[in-house]
Write a protein that binds this ligand. Sequence first.
Ligand code: ATP
Length: 311
Amino acid sequence: MGVVSTPAVEIIGLVKRYGAKTAVDGLSLKMDRGRLLALLGPNGAGKTTTVEVCEGFLRADAGTVRVLGLDPVRDNAALRPRVGVMPQGGGAYPGVHAGEMLRLVAACAAQPLDPDWLLDVLGLTAARRTPFKRLSGGQQQRLSLACALVGRPELVFLDEPTAGMDPQARRLVWEMLSALRTDGVSVLLTTHLMEEAEALADDVVIVDNGQVIAEGTPSALTAEDGESAQLRFKARAGLNTDLLTAALPEGYHVHESSPGSYRVTGQVNPQVVSTVTAWCAQQGVLAEELHIGKRDLEEVFLELTGRELRS
Ligand SMILES: Nc1ncnc2c1ncn2[C@@H]1O[C@H](COP(=O)(O)OP(=O)(O)OP(=O)(O)O)[C@@H](O)[C@H]1O
């Protein structure tokens, strides 16, 4: 089937402005079929806007967007039965019951999944007769996800699918998304939770100020050049990193990546750990959250932008 080689989503040079504000500023990405791609970035990075252009809800000011090889605005009618959408914050008629709502959506699909099964998998069976407006925020989110999936879409867009969920509900949704991926469904989700991107994504695209600042598989993004592990710790801001660097063997360097977060570059060995903690002890400083390991996506973002992902 030649169609299969068409990317699930292809965006080239997308620009979207709201008045004077450029929300998306020349963003390009390609997502192959059957992949789970996470758009990761802080609030206001342009993730929702990008997804809404892909969904055909917004028109691009410049650039090209193709979804399953089609134009999301012009070919909206053809795409609708093939694409599932979970907008940020969900949305429903407030009086409708959870089960009713899912059945209504299922009735529009040619070959829907069984709504009762979906409610069960997403932990909503007990809430099926509850009016939408009385569901908790997390339950509403899970119902929106169920609505996005019930029509067996080939591709789903999920905008912050686990926002506001407790850890248990989040885990249920993660399991559901992993199962979708195993079934070959293409998934594009937005998140500002690096744990979510790391747990689920085949590919991560980090966005900031409407632009892609890094992309790759989670392991490629977090890999260090020639280093298998690094040492990090937290302590009060403003420690004299030059002094600590001088206490370490030649070739090691300490820097404060954000106030109170320190990173030691160079191969970690027991001697280095002991020198760092002894130096902190001499200063009367407790090195907290002492961590030896690969950097995570949060640190990748911090190194690229000097800011925290959750800011
Ligand atoms: N309708 C609008 N009118 C004006 N500005 C907007 C509008 N929608 C979004 N913006 C601005 O565009 C930028 C990108 O917003 P967008 O919602 O796409 O970011 P995001 O990465 O999805 O953030 P969040 O995680 O907060 O949803 C932000 O600065 C936002 O304030």
